[in-house]
Design a protein around this ligand. Structure first.
Ligand SMILES: [Zn+2]
Length: 333
C-alpha cells in the first residue's frame, strides 16, 4: 500500500473502510488537539434521539419498573431527521408534542404457557412523526427482533408509553451516536508518548496494530535518532455506530459541530455576545471570507499577530511592563 506524503501540505483524509456499521479513515497533516477535539465531539455532542420519559401503565413482569425503564432508555433509535426535531426545552408545548418528541408504545401480554420475549421491535412509534423513520428502534439482527427488553410468563403483561426526545451524550450516554471511536497516532511509538509498563518485554506484551503501523511507515530502525521536536501529524480514526446514524453522518456532523463551537469561540473573542452568533448554521472560519468579517476570524480583540497589549513583542523576545525580561531575545521555548 502506498504511503502518505509526510512532507506536510494540506489536510487530507483517506477512507480505509466505510460501511453501514463503521468508518475507518486517516487524517493527515493535522494536529493532535484538533483531531482529539473531533473525537470528543463525535462521542458526546451530536444530537440523537432516545427514550427519556416513560409512563408505566402496567407492569406485572418480574422486573421492577425502573429496571425496564433504564433498558428502554438505552435502546438505540433511528436518528435520521433528528435535526428537524426541536429540543424539548425549546418547544412551546407543555410536556411534549410531535415537534419535540416521538412517542413509542410497548404493549405485550403473555397468554400462552411458553415464555414470551418482548423485543425492541415491539416498540410501536405513533403516527404524526416529523420524519418517517425517526424514532424507529434500530434492528440489525437477522431475525429482525432487536434487543430483548423483558421476558413474560403466562398472565404477565407490560404496557408502557415511552417519550423519546432529542439530546446529546454530554447529558446522558444513551444519546451517544457511536458505541466506540478508535483513535490512534504514531503506532510505532516513535514520539515516545506511550512507553508502557511491562514485565519482561514490552514488544511481546503490547501488541502493535500492524495495519496502522504499515500505513505510518513501519517501526523506527534501531539506530534512528530520537527526534524530540517531532509532533504527530497522522491520525487513525475508527468510528462505530450504534445504528441511529450512519458512520459517515457521525463524522460529518462531528466536523459541523466542531466548526460551530469554534465559530462561537471566535465570536466571543470578537466581543459579540452569544446571542449575536448564529449557532444554527455551521460555518467554517475559512469559508465565506471568514467568520464575521474580513480577517478570516483569527484576530483577537488585542490586535493581530505578535503585538500584545504591552507593546510589540517579537518572537521569543518580549517586553513586559517591568522592562525586558532577563531571559533575552531569540530564545525559542
Ligand atoms: Zn413540543
Amino acid at each position: 500500500m502506498d504511503l502518505y506524503d509526510g512532507e506536510g501540505g494540506a489536510i487530507n483524509v483517506r477512507f480505509l473502510e466505510a460501511n453501514s456499521v463503521r468508518a475507518r479513515f486517516i487524517v493527515q497533516n493535522w494536529n493532535l488537539e484538533t483531531a482529539n477535539s473531533l473525537r470528543r465531539v463525535m462521542l458526546a455532542e451530536i444530537p440523537t434521539i432516545a427514550i427519556d420519559v416513560v409512563e408505566v401503565l402496567d407492569n406485572t413482569s418480574v422486573l421492577a419498573d425502573e429496571f425496564i425503564v433504564h433498558r428502554l432508555g438505552l435502546i438505540p433509535l433511528v436518528a435520521k431527521g433528528v435535526e428537524d426535531l426541536l429540543y424539548n426545552r425549546d418547544c412551546e408545548c407543555e410536556g411534549y408534542c410531535d415537534q419535540c418528541s416521538v412517542t413509542l408504545t410497548l404493549n405485550a401480554k403473555c397468554t400462552s404457557s411458553e415464555i414470551m420475549r418482548v423485543h425492541a421491535r415491539d416498540l410501536v412509534p405513533s403516527a404524526g412523526r416529523i420524519h418517517e423513520e425517526l424514532g424507529n428502534p434500530v434492528i440489525t439482527d437477522p431475525e429482525g427482533l432487536g434487543s430483548c427488553i423483558v421476558k413474560l410468563r403466562k398472565g404477565q403483561a407490560i404496557h408502557m408509553r415511552c417519550i423519546a426526545k432529542k439530546g446529546i451524550a454530554k447529558e446522558h450516554a444513551k444519546w451517544a451516536p457511536s458505541s466506540a471511536i478508535g483513535f490512534e497516532y504514531d503506532p510505532g511509538n516513535k514520539l515516545r508518548h506511550l512507553d508502557y509498563w511491562y514485565e519482561e518485554d514490552p514488544k511481546k506484551e503490547w501488541p502493535i496494530d500492524e495495519e496502522n503501523l504499515n500505513l505510518d511507515g513501519g517501526l523506527p530502525t534501531e539506530d534512528e535518532p530520537f527526534d524530540y521536536n517531532a509532533v504527530p501529524t497522522k491520525f487513525f480514526f475508527d468510528v462505530e455506530t450504534v445504528g441511529g446514524l450512519d458512520p459517515d453522518q457521525i463524522v460529518q456532523l462531528g466536523i459541523q459541530h466542531l466548526q460551530k463551537k469554534l465559530a462561537g469561540v471566535i465570536g466571543e473573542l470578537q466581543g459579540e455576545s452569544a446571542d449575536g452568533v448564529d449557532f444554527g448554521g455551521a460555518q467554517s472560519p475559512n469559508m465565506n471570507n471568514g467568520y464575521g468579517g474580513q480577517d478570516a476570524g483569527y484576530t483577537t480583540p488585542y490586535g493581530g499577530g505578535q503585538n500584545s497589549v504591552w507593546g510589540n513583542a517579537g518572537p521569543g523576545g518580549g517586553t513586559t511592563p517591568y522592562g525586558a525580561t532577563p531571559y533575552g531575545g531569540g530564545q525559542q521555548w
